[in-house]
Ligand binder design. Sequence first.
Ligand code: PGA
Length: 270
Amino acid sequence: MQAWVIGNWKQNPATSHDVDLLLNDLLTTIDTKEQADTEPSNSRCQLMVAPSCIHLAAVSAHLAGSSILSAAQDVSAYSASVGAYTGDCSAQQIADAGATWTILGHSERRQYHNESHDTLLQKMIHALTQGLGVVFCIGETQAQYDAKQTLEVIDAQLLVVKDLLAQQPELIVSLSEHLIIAYEPVWAIGTGKVPTVSEVSQTHQHIKQTVTGFAESLKVMSVLYGGSVNADNADSFAADSMIDGALVGGASLKVESFLAIANAFSQAKG
Ligand code: PGA
């Protein structure tokens, strides 16, 4: 199965100049590596980057013709297209900017923007009906982890997928190709703390079983791990058969670490 390594740039870099430098470095390093290797460096690992909305069109244009996909970090919950929603970007506008995917439900959006089940369901419907794939983030807080509520929390967050299928049953056929779940324990994001590989593996197994219960076709859906993934720990996550890739924050802003993570998944899933 193909692995996914997705860079969530969050509200970085500060300028379009720095965005260009990062992308040039990324594309040149991949090119050099491909010329040295017999096989394309990310043939078994699909790379994607999610810049902030202001940089999305330029990043998508820069990546056109490369093997790297671009994604938004959010879409408007209120309209899939146009409307009086100051500050929002719709799924149609994001697709028009050249992105093919969007992240949804990241814990920072759940925390700072109070994103609820209903909001996320609307966002997911808008994204999918405009042809965008969705990387749907779920995960427990430190307090929930300490109280051993991880699976309970995840089950509640996954109800968005269940309700999506109830409302849009026609999506069942193709959803496994357009939906990726990213399991990101909130306490592991940007902290340097990570769960053990076996904990992640068991949680991913639970996620896969749960979504397969919603629709048999989701059996093959990819489940990624996110939270302090770096060049040093990527190998151990990649080696586990339940972990189909990584959603990477901090380490995706440095080409060396981002590609080391991609390489770890490419090797392990080859
Ligand atoms: P991190 O972020 O890799 O910096 O921990 C991951 C994420 O928030 O997606």
